[in-house]
Each structure stands twice: as structure tokens, then as C-alpha cells.
Design a protein around this ligand. Structure first.
Ligand SMILES: [Zn+2]
Length: 107
């Protein structure tokens, strides 16, 4: 398991609680009639941004923050998952991502 940056809201998420990398988009329902998530299709999303329904209509565990740790929002696109599975600030190589936290909820 490793940390990653949600590609929709920019927060730090854990693969054990959010999505595994490269999770097939076909597994989920992205129709805008259901939650308005069409624009997120194919992105690596956190638990809060993830689609609420699988393609067969059953409920996913996504759609709200899991609450296992604080949701920390970070500048979009400024972080990547490094080889140790930590979140690394691309520009500086720093892994103390909380130091880069920004306020707010993107939506
Ligand atoms: Zn998110």
C-alpha cells in the first residue's frame, strides 16, 4: 500500500483505503445522472471523490472520506508516489507532505 495524490481534489490518500492505481474505469458508473462524476472518469481518486456505484449498480465504499486519517489537501499535480510508496513533492523531493497542505475542499 502507498500514498498518492487524488487527481480530482488533490488530497493525500492511501491505496488501502482509496483506489488501487490503474483500477479499471469500467468497474464503475460514471454517468452524470449518478453524482456528477463523469469528469473524474479514469482518474486516480480518493475515497471521497470516488464513484458511489459499481457498473452493476451496487454501492461502492466511496463517496465520502473514510476518516481513517485526516484529509490533507495539497497543490494539484505537485506530488507523486515515490519508490517507497510515500508521497513526494516533485519539485523538492520532500516527503513531509503535510508541510504543503492547503486549505479547503475542491468540491
Ligand atoms: Zn479526491
Amino acid at each position: 500500500m502507498s500514498l498518492y495524490q487524488c487527481e480530482h481534489c488533490g488530497c493525500c490518500e492511501n491505496t488501502a483505503l482509496g483506489m488501487q492505481p490503474k483500477t479499471p474505469a469500467e468497474w464503475f458508473r460514471w454517468d452524470d445522472r449518478f453524482e456528477g462524476v463523469a469528469e473524474r472518469k479514469g482518474k486516480h481518486l480518493c475515497s471521497a471523490c470516488g464513484p458511489k456505484y459499481y457498473s452493476d449498480g451496487t454501492r461502492t465504499e466511496y463517496g465520502e472520506w473514510h476518516g481513517q486519517f485526516d484529509r490533507v489537501f495539497l497543490p494539484m499535480g505537485a506530488f507523486r508516489t515515490n519508490q517507497e510508496g510515500n508521497l513526494e513533492h516533485i519539485e523538492t523531493g520532500r516527503t513531509d507532505y503535510r508541510a504543503f497542505a492547503i486549505a479547503g475542499e475542491a468540491g
